[in-house]
Design a protein. Structure first.
Length: 251
């Protein structure tokens, strides 16, 4: 997956400023009564991707507090930090193998967190990393595969583009860059929220032990700044699909 060439929008820039210290105060509300989402930020995610996921979580109906975590943050995705969280979110990034080298040390803690009732959200690269070759090993009966390499994919290149999906029966469009699709095997404990035009699953929610895993191949967190070089979303910029993924994963 190529590096995304997008600008950080004004809203995301505000998030960066507000959380530069790594403080776990949500930008939707500073109330400590709101559930906590740990969002990975570090070498396994591209600049801007972590902040976009954080903005999506903060603006969701549940209104999460946000704590960035990672090797250069004040908090690591460790067992102690995860114990206080409702969600661990893994944003988009580059290649799976290189990302995994930065994440392997946290894998046991993340896997235990989800198996014991936590929620994992994976966006693009974060969806690939939910698998186990390599990855966190959170999936049973769900295979994560490159969509652009599938036989019926409408997109072949790795540059950012817009793809059509059917989300809960409605035609929508989403930012996409070498994202995954999901192949359900047998009676996998999974719900498909969206499909690509090929019919392959574009967003799924599945069980993992006592927890749940929400995965999406395209980018429901993409704001206007992602749409460069004349690219546009014919639906406009909306975040309801990402909010649906989040709320359906936690409930």
């Amino acid at each position: 997956m190529k590096r995304r060439n997008f600008l950080i929008s004004a809203s995301t820039a505000g998030i960066l400023a507000g959380l530069a210290s790594g403080a776990g105060v949500g930008y939707a509300s500073s109330s400590k009564n709101r559930p906590l989402a740990l969002v990975y930020r570090g070498p396994a995610a591209y600049p801007g991707c972590s902040e976009a996921v954080a903005a999506l979580l903060s603006s969701a109906p549940t209104g999460f507090r946000i704590q960035f975590c990672g090797p250069d943050e004040n908090v690591q995705p460790s067992a102690d930090a995860l114990a206080a969280a409702t969600i661990y979110a893994q944003p988009g990034g580059g290649e799976v193998k290189s990302a995994w080298r930065s994440l392997r040390a946290y894998s046991d803690d993340v896997r235990d967190f989800v198996n014991n009732g936590g929620r994992y959200l994976g966006f693009c690269l974060g969806a690939y990393l939910a698998g186990g070759n390599p990855g966190f090993g959170l999936l049973t009966g769900v295979a994560v595969e490159s969509h652009i390499r599938s036989a019926k994919a409408s997109v072949r290149g790795t540059d950012g583009t817009v793809v059509g999906v059917t989300w809960r029966g409605q035609r929508r469009h989403m930012y996409f860059q070498d994202g995954a699709h999901f192949r359900l095997q047998g009676s996998a404990p999974a719900t498909v929220l969206a499909t690509y035009d090929s019919g392959a699953a574009a967003a799924v929610i599945t069980a993992c032990g006592a927890g749940r895993v929400g995965l999406v191949g395209p980018h429901p967190e993409a704001d206007l700044s992602w749409y460069t070089n004349g690219m546009a979303n014919p639906d406009g910029i909306h975040f309801d699909l990402g909010h649906d993924l989040i709320e359906s994963t936690i409930n």
